[in-house]
Write a protein that binds this ligand. Structure first.
Ligand SMILES: *[C@@H]1O[C@H](CO)[C@@H](O)[C@H](O)[C@H]1NC(C)=O
Ligand SMILES: *[C@@H]1O[C@H](CO)[C@@H](O)[C@H](O)[C@H]1NC(C)=O
Ligand SMILES: *[C@@H]1O[C@H](CO)[C@@H](O)[C@H](O)[C@H]1NC(C)=O
Ligand SMILES: *[C@@H]1O[C@H](CO)[C@@H](O)[C@H](O)[C@H]1NC(C)=O
Ligand SMILES: *[C@@H]1O[C@H](CO)[C@@H](O)[C@H](O)[C@H]1NC(C)=O
Ligand SMILES: *[C@@H]1O[C@H](CO)[C@@H](O)[C@H](O)[C@H]1NC(C)=O
Length: 289
């Protein structure tokens, strides 16, 4: 009995279901007539079409305000940071003269960094610019891309070029350090006046122990022709200028604390919050038995 009743209910359900899918009397498909379905379809078509249009419009307006070549937000970097090579985590260059393996890594880092400065590469990709003036390349109505860069020849680093002395003085206890100023887009370093880098013992009383230093290019000068920098996408072959400092007679087995500063009219080197703004401090120690 119970089974029969269940069967009946089941059959009824099937009929109801079929009628729901397609009702031949009212011509309704899933409870709605064709015109009702058409209206719903139309509504969603218009609705999503509108959303798509709105999204596209918003994106387009946003993209109009983005300059592909110049980052929109870069004010935080208005003072160029300064860094050294070889760079170690603690900014400490320590080695033992007699143990080659203690300075080999520094030499390797310098070799790698200076590869891009090889004269042949510089001559192939960059111009021989007029010293003492900015390499300004304005866009007079038309975009003047890509922009040319000025040669910075490896030979300009003299005894610190690694060309004649392939150990950059590390073997003889007269090591070279390279100082580089980070790139800042459209920054006219020096404000038209000459720029140089100077490296001194952090404490004046240590100057004697540090001994004589020599800078390359002479006087630690950075020519204005390497500015302004227009950004990676436009200034494709740009080679940033560097200064090398060679410690000619430092006292061995002593921690020398050095500070290198960029001396330029518009580079503030006294920012308390950013200790790499326009300057860099590092330690150098050469051990000798
Ligand atoms: C230098 O040599 C001393 C022992 O002669 C050693 O303790 C020290 O770790 C060495 N330093 C480096 C940087 O290799
Ligand atoms: C960049 O350097 C390559 C060769 O390295 C050269 O063909 C190209 O013209 C240079 N581009 C500019 C804008 O100077
Ligand atoms: C770079 O070196 C090449 C020769 O190797 C020379 O012709 C060129 O004038 C040098 N450029 C600068 C800026 O000194
Ligand atoms: C390498 O040594 C030669 C000969 O002493 C010299 O003429 C040349 O200027 C030196 N090169 C560098 C980059 O110092
Ligand atoms: C370095 O630049 C500063 C300021 O721009 C100047 O006073 C100083 O004489 C320069 N030093 C050298 C060695 O050219
Ligand atoms: C090197 O420095 C020492 C003192 O630290 C000094 O006596 C010596 O004269 C200096 N040598 C040269 C060539 O300057």
């Amino acid at each position: 009995m119970a089974v029969e009743k269940e069967k009946k209910t089941c059959g009824q359900l099937m009929t109801e279901w079929k009628e729901f899918i397609w009702n031949p009397r009212t011509h309704q498909f899933m409870g709605r007539t064709g015109s009702s379905w058409a209206l719903i379809l139309l509504f969603y078509l218009v609705f999503y079409g509108f959303l798509t249009a709105l999204f596209t419009l918003t994106m387009w307006v946003m993209l109009q305000t983005v300059d592909q070549f110049n980052p929109k937000y870069q004010d935080r970097l208005s003072i160029p940071g300064v860094m050294i090579r070889p760079k170690t985590d603690a900014l400490e260059i320590t080695y033992n003269m007699s143990q080659t393996e203690s300075w080999e890594e520094y030499v390797r880092m310098l070799n790698k960094f200076l590869e891009a400065y090889d004269n042949a590469k510089q001559v192939a990709s960059n111009r021989d610019c007029i010293p003492g003036q900015y390499n300004e390349q304005v866009d007079n109505g038309v975009l003047n891309y890509p922009k040319t860069a000025c040669q910075f020849n490896r030979t300009m680093l003299g005894d610190c070029s690694g060309l004649n002395d392939t150990t950059y003085g590390y073997r003889d206890g007269r090591p070279c350090i390279i100082v580089k100023m980070n790139r800042v887009i459209k920054f006219y370093a020096g404000d038209g006046k000459p720029i140089n880098v100077s490296c001194l013992a952090k404490k004046e009383e240590d100057a004697q122990k540090l001994g004589e230093v020599v800078m390359f290019p002479p006087n630690g000068n950075i020519d204005l022709m390497y500015f302004p920098y227009y950004g990676k996408k436009i200034h494709v072959n740009y080679t940033q200028p560097v200064v090398a400092v060679k410690f000619l007679n430092l006292t061995f087995n002593y921690d020398h604390h050095i500070e290198c500063r960029v001396n330029a009219a518009n580079v503030n080197t006294n920012d308390e919050r950013d200790k790499f703004a326009g300057r860099v401090a590092f330690k150098i120690r050469v051990n000798k038995e």
